[in-house]
Ligand binder design. Structure first.
Ligand code: PMP
Length: 394
């Protein structure tokens, strides 16, 4: 059977996270491994009500094939939200509804990447982006990220003698590290890419989940002709409907639309209508506030527990939003080895390796605080601190 598989799929890394989630099924294990939004905040009754309304409004038309671009009223809502929250002038015509922002990544790969093309990738970076792009077999040009954003010396080095077609960024509360790009860093990255034949992807599924600090202007403000914005309803409404969107300059949008048609004709009209109706009925900012308050206090609980229970030689990021935090062990230690010790202490996380395209035995780990309450966080971090202590004593 193996000889049947295309090279493009054989090269794609499997998601290690699925393996970890198996361990996490044991109820006595505290899991910081999942990357899921907290189900407590899924507006189930509100969505049920919205569903009944759209049935009444549209009848059988709800089930018909629909436009590839997506449901116009939903695109108009997204355009208005960009205007109201970020002052961005984006028309509904430059918005394409996708089956999650994950599909946006795939469509960009499909439309822009030939085998061997250069792609600037955050290191560490979003595992799902590494997977989506790997299908198109690019050359990953890794650029480290730190608490300011992209490490500019590394970006400069990667730009010397190469002309990457794509630069992938998650500038707000990055998955996996929780870091955000500063204003100065965004400016510096934008200046380096300006005028180059290169599209910058600003993947922003967590931008609305800010619990501290001030918002920083999007790359779209600095590089409008070269920026593609990806957005998602997964973290602020529900992930299960698979609804996201992309904003792209006109010539690129035409190609993305062809790719979208070739892939799935269009995203579910039914779920688009339900979410649109939900957004008409409810104040999304009030809903977001509930999520932000919970994630904010859980993140603070995690940082406080780390201050108490982690050895001094372990460092970690202090996110202003999102769902993740990133810890670094002393460089000689392997987070994969720590994982084995942590399982014995009944706590799990994701070791850093899958977030790099070129690394094994890395000393970093991702911890998610979205689905664990403050008390359990303290117990889990204490257990993890114990596993770290054991490792350092060896
Ligand atoms: N981008 C990033 C950075 C993510 O963390 C995720 C979800 N984990 C996605 C994209 C995909 O989200 P969705 O397809 O649900 O919109």
């Amino acid at each position: 059977m193996d000889s049947l598989f295309a090279d493009r799929i054989n090269d794609v890394p499997r998601s290690f996270i699925r393996e970890i989630l198996k361990v996490a099924l044991d109820p006595s294990v505290i899991s910081f491994a999942g990357g899921l939004p907290n189900r407590e905040f899924f507006p189930a009754e509100e969505l049920q009500q919205a569903t009944e309304q759209v049935f009444a409004l549209q009848g059988r038309d709800l089930f018909q094939y629909s436009s590839s671009e997506g449901f116009l009223p939903l695109r108009e809502w997204i355009a208005k939200r960009y205007r109201d929250t970020q002052g961005l002038d984006i028309s509904a015509d430059s918005i394409l509804i996708t089956s999650g922002s994950q599909q946006g990544l795939d469509l960009l790969g499909k439309v822009l990447l030939n085998e061997g093309d250069g792609l600037l990738m955050e290191a560490p970076g979003y595992l799902g982006a590494i997977q989506a792009f790997s299908i198109y077999r690019p050359e990953f040009l890794n650029v480290a990220v730190n608490e300011q954003g992209m490490v500019l010396e590394e970006l400069d080095r990667q730009l010397q003698g190469t002309s990457p077609k794509l630069a992938y960024t998650v500038p707000n509360f990055q998955n996996p590290s929780g870091i955000s790009y500063s204003d100065a860093n965004r400016q510096a990255v934008a200046e380096r890419l300006k005028g180059k034949n290169c599209i910058l992807i600003e993947d922003n599924p967590y931008g609305d989940l800010r619990f501290s600090g001030d918002p920083v202007a999007s790359f779209y403000n600095r590089l409008p002709e070269q920026t593609v914005l990806l957005g998602s309803f997964s973290k602020c409404v529900i992930p299960g409907f698979r609804l996201g969107w992309m904003v792209a300059p006109e010539p690129l949008m035409q190609k993305l639309l062809v790719a979208k048609q070739a892939t799935d004709l269009h995203t579910s009209h039914f779920t688009q209508c339900i979410v649109h109706q939900y957004l008409m009925n409810h104040d999304i900012d009030a809903h977001l506030k509930t999520i932000i308050d919970a994630y904010g206090s859980q993140c603070r609980a995690m940082m406080a527990a780390m201050d108490r229970h982690f050895p001094d030689t372990v460092h970690y990021t202090r996110p202003d939003g999102g769902m993740f935090l990133w810890a670094s062990l002393p460089e000689s230690l392997s987070a994969m080895a720590l994982f084995e010790l942590a399982v014995k202490q009944q706590v799990v996380f994701v070791p850093g390796d899958p977030f790099y395209t070129d690394r094994s035995n890395s000393s970093t780990l991702r911890l998610s605080f979205s689905c664990v309450d403050a008390e359990t966080i303290d117990v889990g971090i204490e257990r993890l601190g114990r596993a770290m202590g054991e490792m350092l004593a060896k």
